[in-house]
Design a protein around this ligand. Structure first.
Ligand code: NAD
Length: 438
């Protein structure tokens, strides 16, 4: 394929050289003539393992050249990869200045059938709402009809970027139409890793999900390390054990957006750890903000429940997670308490919770938080459903799901889904359904 690569920085230079080495014909474009000259002289403008030899070989065999002339590069190619920088603006927002400029330059020389692929990191909506209109205005053509658009975020790491290019953790293709996605897929034909073809805003967001998670992981490890050090422990020994747990720690567990956490362990143990850190004069801002973050999430759920403006609420699920009757620090108990405090008329169903069976600390907890639980609890799903103008789904009990399925929508009853109940997709189009996290 004939490819123009806009921006010859870390991402652009590596993409250009690696694509050329895979047999594509590549033209690099940069506003900085020094970078273009270096490439044309067979030298890489960046320092990276193996990049020097790749650039030198590709230029020598004629599969890679560079220019500062955007129009000429677009005209000579079928696909343009945009790899310009998207730095932080002084207020922390994403600067799209370079993206806008390059979209206008490409647009001016765009011809029918060309595909424009954005590799730069950009927030969801940037492509469809900002860049496509610029491309259309400057070209007089229509995206998805006359020319293609795709978003293909880059996951390479500086230092090992060439290796990462040839062994990517995954390939993400955000496409507005299938044909544009096919062109991007063909670029990387033969490379390993799973390929995800998703809507454009999803592709834009995946990069933020990754980088935010990487940053949180590093912050977490370093804070934990600091606490270990203050307590006289070897943090690496602790993390060796932590990392060996592939069931709950290094795994997909706990990574699906849903309702707030609670229960008798997580809040208590976080509090205990943060207290120990404070006592040892170790600052742990990340760990100390986890409970406030959870609290903000609970408030989001409360706002969803109260948004319809109806007073009669049916709460399905009360214990802190399915399959237990443990109510201690259950976020659903907290939600119930807040609703009662604001005068909502609440009825609760939880197949696992029966007042007469509650014992010990569990009973004491609920007696303090919801002293009138006996008046609110019902052992009949139907009864709570009949009462409810708003159904809050906090469990995946099949009896509850079946009863809610039966409502079918249109009966004026609102559903607030805190667990993305199985079959939620069928409810999603209902005007009165709202789910957390989608
Ligand atoms: N560096 C990384 O490891 C990495 C990894 C994944 C994603 N990204 C993302 O990729 C994008 C590029 O990052 P980078 O580190 O390669 O940036 P960079 O600053 O190293 O390179 C950007 C290049 O674009 C050029 N440029 C600016 N405007 C141009 C225009 N109108 N026409 C042609 N060239 C132009 C600049 O001169 C520069 O050489 C960013 O959005 C970044 O967030 C970076």
């Amino acid at each position: 394929m004939r490819i123009s690569v806009f921006g010859l920085g870390y991402v652009g230079c590596v993409s250009a050289a690696c694509l050329a080495s895979m047999g594509h014909e590549v033209v690099g474009v940069d506003v900085n003539p020094v970078k273009a000259d270096m490439i044309n002289g067979g030298r890489a403008p960046i320092v990276e393992e193996r990049i020097g030899e790749l650039v030198e070989r590709a230029v020598r065999d004629g599969s890679l050249r560079a220019t500062t002339d955007a129009a000429e590069a677009v005209a000579a190619t079928e696909v343009s990869l945009v790899c310009v920088g998207t730095p932080s603006a002084p207020n922390g927002s994403l600067s799209t200045t370079y993206l806008e400029r390059v979209a206008e330059q490409i647009g001016r020389s765009l011809s029918k059938g060309h595909v424009v692929v954005f590799r730069s990191t950009m927030l969801p909506g940037t492509c469809a709402e900002l860049l496509v209109p610029i491309l259309e205005l400057s070209s007089g053509l229509r995206a998805g009809v006359d020319f293609g658009v795709a978003v293909n975020p880059e996951f390479l790491r500086e230092g090992t970027s060439v290796r990462d290019f040839f062994a990517p953790p995954k390939t993400v293709i955000g496409e507005s139409d299938e044909a544009s996605g096919d062109v991007v897929a063909a670029l990387y034909d033969g490379l390993p890793g799973e390929v995800f073809r998703v809507p454009i805003p999803v592709a834009e967001m995946t990069k933020y999900a990754d980088n935010a998670f990487h940053a949180v992981k590093i912050g977490f490890a370093n804070e934990l390390g600091a606490v270990c050090q203050a307590l006289g422990l070897d943090s690496h020994q602790v993390m060796d054990v932590f990392l060996a747990d592939r069931k709950l720690n290094i795994s997909p567990a706990y990574l699906r957006p849903g309702f707030a956490f609670g229960g008798s362990c997580l809040p208590k143990d976080l509090r205990g750890l943060v207290y120990a850190a404070r006592k040892a004069d170790v600052s742990v801002p990340l760990l100390s903000h986890v409970l406030p973050a959870n609290e903000a999430h609970l408030q989001r759920a409360f706002d969803l429940v109260t948004a319809p403006g109806r007073r009669r609420i049916g709460l399905f699920g009360l214990s802190f997670k399915p399959g237990t009757d443990d109510l201690r620090e259950s976020p659903l108990v907290e939600l119930a308490e807040r609703l009662l405090g604001k005068g909502y008329d609440l009825r609760i169903y939880d197949a696992n919770v029966s007042l007469s069976r509650l014992m010990g600390a569990n009973r004491a907890y609920i007696a303090e938080r919801l002293p009138h639980l006996g008046d609110l609890l019902s052992d009949s799903v139907e009864e709570v459903l009949r009462h409810a103008e708003v159904c809050v789904v906090g469990c995946t009990d099949p009896a509850v799901l079946e009863a809610l399925d039966g409502t079918g929508g249109g009966d004026g009853r609102a559903i607030v889904d805190l667990v993305r109940m199985p079959g939620a997709a069928a409810h999603r189009d209902r005007r009165d359904y709202v789910g957390i996290g989608w």
